[in-house]
Design a protein around this ligand. Structure first.
Ligand code: AMP
Ligand code: ZN
Ligand code: FE
Ligand code: FE
Length: 295
């Protein structure tokens, strides 16, 4: 006789708290990010475009048709003595003037840095600033992925990754750092706007230099709420380090995909955040999580 089948309820809520859309350097529109999330059986998504909340409205309108719960967020650029740091902001008040101005200023600095980088690239490759801007489309946040797109469109490289590996990486001769506020000031501005600041990929050494534990401890003193420990740019040792550091500092860890559509191999839901951590974090935010009506 076959063994009796035991019904096991897998009530796990799948939560992905870091994604990008065409509002910055992703390749899916904000609505498409939610549609793909639904298709990937993700229950909760945070839209976290670089230095912009331009995708919030479209994403919000997609909550009801897709049934995906939306956390409105952003990934805010910072720089600690030249080392780039990314601080995710969840559920901040979009009307907060200081944070809105900080984001706008960084977008302006991105254009300045982008123009200068393209000037250098144009000496060796068929690339123009106009082409980069055209490929950025609606995005007010211009970045290296759009420069990669211009090089791909010109036939220089087959895809974004090849462009990064060959010319756009941080140690290459064409790279210029983005001028951005210190992460301490970013964390403070996010908290003042009612947002929940979480450090993205804190130990992603393959992207370049990362800040020391002392810097992260100082950020926690200024209100940092969690560390994104589970991220594809962390090797197993980095995950262990991030978890130990977070435990020592008394903050939780998150996991997320950093999905960019077709622009990167990251798949929605490849790393997830637990429901308990999600609830603890969103409970600190000033604006509401957008949920589809029941049924
Ligand atoms: P930027 O903000 O202009 O310095 O550009 C950094 C962005 O490039 C980040 O959003 C990364 O996700 C993206 N990026 C980094 N490496 C790659 C890669 N190999 N392929 C595609 N995108 C990448
Ligand atoms: Zn990006
Ligand atoms: Fe990032
Ligand atoms: Fe990101």
């Amino acid at each position: 006789m076959p063994p009796a089948v035991t019904a096991i309820t897998l009530a796990t809520v799948r939560i992905d708290l870091h994604t990008h859309s065409t509002a910055s350097d992703g390749t899916d529109s904000p609505a498409q990010v939610l549609e793909r999330a639904a298709a990937a059986a993700i229950d909760v998504v945070a839209l976290t475009d670089h230095d912009s909340i331009a995708g919030w409205e479209e994403a919000a309108a997609a909550v009801e048709p897709t049934g995906v719960v939306l956390v409105r967020g952003a990934e805010v650029s910072a720089s600690a003595g030249g080392i780039p740091v990314h601080i995710l902001s969840y559920l901040h008040d979009p009307a907060d003037r200081a944070l809105a101005q900080l984001l706008e200023h960084t977008r302006t600095m991105r254009v300045r840095r982008g123009r200068a980088m393209v000037e250098g690239l144009a000496r060796d490759f068929p690339i123009t600033w106009e082409a980069v801007v055209a490929l950025a489309g609606d995005a007010q946040t211009v970045g290296r992925p759009h420069m990669a797109d211009a090089l791909v469109a010109a036939g220089v490289f087959p895809d974004r990754d090849a462009a990064f590996v060959r010319v756009l990486h941080t140690s290459g001769p064409y790279h210029l750092p983005l001028e951005a506020p210190h992460p301490r000031d970013v964390v403070t501005a996010i908290r003042a706007a009612g947002g929940v600041p979480v450090m993205a990929h804190p130990l992603a050494a393959k992207r370049g230099r990362v800040v020391g534990d002392d810097v992260i401890a100082d950020l926690v003193d200024h209100g940092l709420a969690a560390l994104e420990a589970f991220h594809r740019d962390h090797d197993p040792a980095a995950v262990v380090h991030a978890r130990r550091l977070a435990a020592r500092l008394g903050i939780p860890v998150t996991g997320a995909s950093d999905y960019h559509g077709a622009g990167k191999p990251n798949r929605l839901g490849e790393n997830l955040t637990t429901e308990a951590v999600f609830e603890a974090l969103v409970g600190q935010g000033r604006i509401e999580v957008l949920r589809p009506s029941a049924g």
